[in-house]
Design a protein around this ligand. Structure first.
Ligand SMILES: *[C@@H]1O[C@H](CO)[C@@H](O)[C@H](O)[C@H]1NC(C)=O
Ligand SMILES: *[C@@H]1O[C@H](CO)[C@@H](O)[C@H](O)[C@H]1NC(C)=O
Length: 365
C-alpha cells in the first residue's frame, strides 16, 4: 500500500521534472537550523514556553494567524525562500512535512537554543543544535526512501542551508542572570573563543552531513534590542557590554568560516554579519522609514521591552514603521532589509560573497 503511494509520487515527480522543466533543476531545496530568528514553528509541537503560537504573532502573515514564527509576518528564512523561488520551509515537526513536501527542504530551528547545550535550559523542551543535526540525518533517510540514496544526496549537496546561532548563548546564558555559571567560568573574550570553537564543530558536522552551501549568521545587535534597553539602558543608548559581545563574536565568526573554507578548499560557508545589517536601520531608523528602532511594536513596559508579546500587550497600529516587532525580534519589514543585504550586500555584510553571486555561480556549474 505504502509502496504504491511512493511509486506514484516518484513517477509524478519524474514527469514534472522531465516535461515541465527540461534540463533545469527544480527549485533548490532549503534547510534551516538555529534559533527563534529562523524557527518556522517547530516549538509549537514541543512542551516549552518559547513559543509564538498566540495572537498577535502572525498578524501580518498571509493567513493573519500565528504560525510559531517570531514575527508579525514573514521571517528571514521565508524571505530567502522567496528569493530563491521556493515555497517556505515547513517545520520538521509539522505532520504535513511528508512525501513531495520533503523535497522543498525543511526547517529544524527551535526558539531558545544556542551553540551550547546549556543555553536556554529554562525553556526545557527545545531542539538543541546537536538534535537538529540528528533530525537532518533522519530527514535524509526519509528522502532516500522516497527518491533513492543518490538523488537524496544530490538534493542535499545542491541545497542552500541557513544556520543562525549565537545570540542566545549571550542573552539566555552568559548574561541571563548576574554571576551566571558561564560568566564565572569565562571572561567575555574567552567565552567568545569557546563559542566560536564549538560553532566550528557544528559547521564541520553539517559539512559531513552533505551541506555544500551554508549561510552562517552570528549575533544581531544584542545590546540594542528593546529587551536590553528596557532592562539595562539608562537613556536609550545600546547596552555597551552586549554590543561588545557581538563586536567580539562576529569578526571571529568570519575568521573561523574562512579558515574552514581554506581547509575544505572551497567556499562552502558564507558568513552573514547580522549585526552590521541591522545597525544601519538601528542607528538611522528614519532613513529606512521606521519611526523608532528602540520601542518594540508589541510588548509592555519601557520600550515595550519587558515580558512577552501577548494579546494583552500594547500593539502598534502600523507594524511597518517599527524596526522591532517584539522585545527581541525584527519586524517583517526589518527582516526585508536584512535579507536585501544577504542578497546583494558587499563583503562587509557577506563574506566572501553574497547570495545573488552564489545563485549565479551555482546555476552555472
Ligand atoms: C551537547 O550534547 C550532546 C549530547 O550529549 C553532545 O554530543 C555534544 O558534544 C554536546 N555539545 C557541547 C557543545 O557540549
Ligand atoms: C553582491 O551583489 C551585487 C549585486 O548583485 C554585486 O554587484 C556584488 O559584486 C556582489 N558582491 C559580492 C562581494 O559578492
Amino acid at each position: 500500500m505504502e509502496g504504491t503511494i511512493f511509486s506514484c509520487v516518484i513517477l509524478g515527480l519524474a514527469v514534472m521534472v522531465g516535461v515541465v522543466t527540461p534540463g533545469v533543476d527544480a527549485a533548490r531545496a532549503f534547510f534551516v537550523f538555529g534559533d527563534s530568528l529562523v524557527d518556522n514553528g517547530n516549538n509549537n509541537y514541543l512542551a516549552t514556553t518559547a513559543r509564538a503560537d498566540l495572537p498577535p504573532y502572525g498578524i501580518d502573515y498571509p493567513t493573519h494567524r500565528p504560525t510559531g514564527r517570531f514575527s508579525n509576518g514573514l521571517n528571514i528564512p521565508d524571505l530567502i525562500s522567496e528569493a530563491i523561488g521556493s515555497e517556505p520551509t515547513l517545520p520538521y515537526l509539522d505532520p504535513e512535512l511528508n512525501g513531495e513536501n520533503l523535497l522543498v527542504g525543511a526547517n529544524f530551528a527551535s526558539a531558545g537554543i544556542g551553540i551550547l547545550n546549556d543555553t536556554g535550559i529554562q525553556f526545557i523542551n527545545i531542539i538543541r543544535i546537536f538534535q537538529q543535526l540528528q533530525l537532518f540525518q533522519q530527514y535524509q533517510q526519509r528522502v532516500a526512501a522516497l527518491i533513492g540514496e543518490e538523488q537524496a544526496q544530490q538534493l542535499v549537496s545542491n541545497a542552500l542551508v541557513l544556520i543562525t546561532l549565537g545570540g542566545n548563548d549571550f542573552v539566555n546564558n552568559y548574561y541571563l542572570v548576574p554571576f551566571s555559571a558561564r560568566s564565572r567560568q569565562f571572561s567575555l573574550p574567552d567565552y567568545v573563543v569557546y563559542l566560536i570553537s564549538e560553532y566550528r564543530n557544528i559547521l564541520a558536522r553539517l559539512y559531513e552531513l552533505g551541506a555544500r552551501r551554508v549561510l552562517v549568521t552570528g549575533t544581531g545587535p544584542l545590546g540594542c534590542v528593546p529587551s536590553e534597553l528596557a532592562q539595562r539602558s539608562r537613556n536609550g543608548e545600546c547596552v555597551a557590554e552586549l554590543q561588545r559581545a557581538a563586536a567580539l563574536f562576529n569578526p571571529q565568526l568570519v575568521q573561523m568560516v574562512s579558515s574552514l573554507n581554506n581547509e575544505i578548499g572551497s567556499n562552502v560557508f558564507i558568513a552573514a554579519n547580522a549585526q552590521q545589517m541591522s545597525s544601519n536601520f538601528i542607528s538611522n531608523p528614519r532613513a529606512f522609514g521606521f519611526v523608532t528602532s528602540k520601542v518594540a511594536c508589541c510588548g509592555q513596559g519601557r520600550y515595550n521591552g519587558l515580558g512577552l508579546c501577548t494579546v494583552a500587550s500594547n500593539l502598534c497600529p502600523n507594524r511597518d514603521v517599527y524596526a522591532f516587532w517584539d522585545a527581541f525580534h525584527p519586524s517583517e519589514r526589518a527582516n526585508r532589509f536584512i535579507v536585501r543585504e544577504i542578497l546583494t550586500g558587499d563583503t562587509r555584510y557577506m563574506y566572501p560573497m553574497n547570495l545573488s553571486t552564489i545563485m549565479a555561480l551555482d546555476t552555472r556549474t
